[in-house]
Write a protein that binds this ligand. Structure first.
Ligand SMILES: Nc1ncnc2c1ncn2[C@@H]1O[C@H](COP(=O)(O)OP(=O)(O)OP(=O)(O)O)[C@@H](O)[C@H]1O
Ligand SMILES: [Mg+2]
Length: 454
């Protein structure tokens, strides 16, 4: 570590202290500045970055502890050392509570000072290294908004990164909630088209005619209600990416239309004759087994091959359970921001439930489960009970009979209370919140006196 880059601010009202300290520290190679009171020290904290602060405890005006308190608000990462002539335990403890690293007792031993500063500097370097390492690790498991440490998903990330640089059509396959749209957006964001638009169309949401005009646009008067010319999503996505979601659901006619656009890169608006050329990168997605649809004749084989230039398969969450803890961290971080409520994590028991679950709805289901749990959680940690994932087993009739009738439960409860009050009826009646006569009658009915005295 280059010592010059270690910047130390010495705050003391006595000139002799300021001079001797800065002299020693400069001789050790550090960059040193001095301030003669709290106010000017804080002013320097506002404008410049510091590594270490040495602050005198007793100063006129603001004392050392007040300076520390304020300093933490301005530059919390500065390591502070308190200097005092009277090393009482009290002041030391207070200083530590305020975040001081240590304290030095006057008169100073230059050797001790030198060692302490060296220790602080190497600790700060360690912290920086850790932060850096964590960032690198995080990046390793990240691709834009996606997190995963699963091997198959790492391949997906690699493939997506490479595919982003090309202009080829991409087909994203995977069950519902596996992150197909997130992948599509990530690819767009990593591609040279990132400055252009990302336009998403859900092909399953519209009827054939509506989807046709949604994609290609229409001319005025093309159909009833077409009062004006309307541009379609293909035009809107010019120089960007068009995301065709749920492509497996489109009708044979649209399959053919789409095939033509993919082949010619040009199309006409509904009711129009003018050929429109667009520069669009297509990413399609589906949770259907397209190959099977092709085999069954439900999906055009030629279109399938046009789309399937770069296939990306997203594995279901149940096949990458090692991602569950990672996803929980990531999703809770995002949910905390969205909900304006800090949720730190999940309890050990809750984690066990989450790991055991099969996740038919994949990451979306996990996200929803966490969001629900975050709403009902009493504290900042989600408990197993908050999740509502463990389905209560419906008791069989035999088991239900074992649960006991209302009368047997009442009898047992009255007996427990009577044991607790050692037979005191008045007290028991108060606990049970019934009057004494009622209690007497119940005792007679259940013959509790006999049991009690037995
Ligand atoms: N690897 C991941 N890391 C973080 N969040 C993810 C990941 N995968 C999915 N998600 C989140 O899960 C949710 C569902 O993702 P997305 O909408 O992309 O799924 P989908 O595959 O398109 O689902 P569907 O087929 O139902 O449309 C989103 O909230 C998304 O942010
Ligand atoms: Mg989707």
């Amino acid at each position: 570590m280059n010592r010059e880059r270690v910047r130390i601010l010495v705050v003391d009202d006595e000139e002799i202290v300021r001079e001797s300290l800065s002299g020693w520290l400069e001789r050790d190679g550090y960059t040193v500045a001095t301030a003669q009171d709290g106010a000017s020290a804080l002013a320097r904290l506002h404008g410049e970055r510091w590594s270490i602060m040495l602050v005198d405890m007793k100063m006129p005006g603001m004392d050392g502890l007040q300076v520390l308190e304020e300093a933490r608000k301005i530059q919390p990462e500065v390591t502070a050392v308190i200097m005092t002539a009277y090393a009482t335990v009290d002041t030391a403890v207070t200083a530590m509570k305020l975040g001081a690293y240590d304290y030095l007792v006057k008169p100073f031993d230059p050797e001790e000072l030198s060692l302490m500063i060296q220790k602080i500097v190497s600790q700060q370097a360690l912290v920086r290294e850790n932060v850096l390492l964590r960032k690198v690790l995080k990046r390793e498991y990240h691709f834009r908004d996606l997190v995963s440490k699963n091997a198959a998903m790492q391949k997906v990330f690699d493939l997506a990164r490479t595919a982003a640089r090309s202009n080829s059509t991409i087909l994203v396959l995977g069950e519902s909630g596996t992150g197909k749209e997130v992948v599509a957006r990530a690819i767009h964001a990593e591609s040279p088209r990132a400055v252009g638009p990302f336009v998403a169309v859900s092909c399953a949401a519209l009827t054939e005619t509506l989807l046709e005009s949604e994609l290609f646009g229409h001319e005025r008067g093309a159909f009833t209600g077409a009062v004006a010319r309307q541009r379609g999503k293909f035009e809107a996505a010019h120089r960007g990416t068009l995301f065709l979601d749920e492509i497996g659901d489109i009708t044979p006619k649209l399959q053919l239309d789409l095939l033509r656009v993919l082949e010619d890169r040009r199309f006409t608006r509904v009711g129009g004759t003018e050929a429109i050329e667009v520069d669009v990168r297509i990413i399609a997605a589906t949770n259907r087994d397209l190959q099977r649809a092709v085999a069954e004749g439900a999906f055009r084989e030629d279109l399938f091959y046009r789309l399937n230039v770069i296939p990306i398969h997203l594995p279901p969450l149940r096949d990458r359970k090692e991602d569950v803890p990672l996803l929980i961290d990531d999703l809770l971080e995002k949910l905390s921001v969205e909900m304006g409520r800090h949720i730190e994590g999940v309890s050990h028991d809750a984690m066990a439930v989450l790991m055991a679950h099969d996740w038919p709805g994949n990451v979306r289901e996990l996200r929803n489960a966490l969001e629900r749990a975050a709403v009902v959680a009493a504290g900042t940690i989600i408990q197993a009970g908050d999740l509502g994932l463990v389905k209560p087993s419906t008791p069989t009739e035999a088991a239900a009979e074992q649960l006991g009738t209302l009368e047997s439960v009442e009898r047992q409860h009255i007996q427990t209370v009577l044991e607790h009050t050692r037979g005191n009826i008045t007290q028991a009646a108060r606990i049970l919140d019934i009057d004494r006569v009622t209690l007497y009658n119940k005792i007679k009915k259940y013959r509790l006196r006999e049991i009690e005295s037995a």
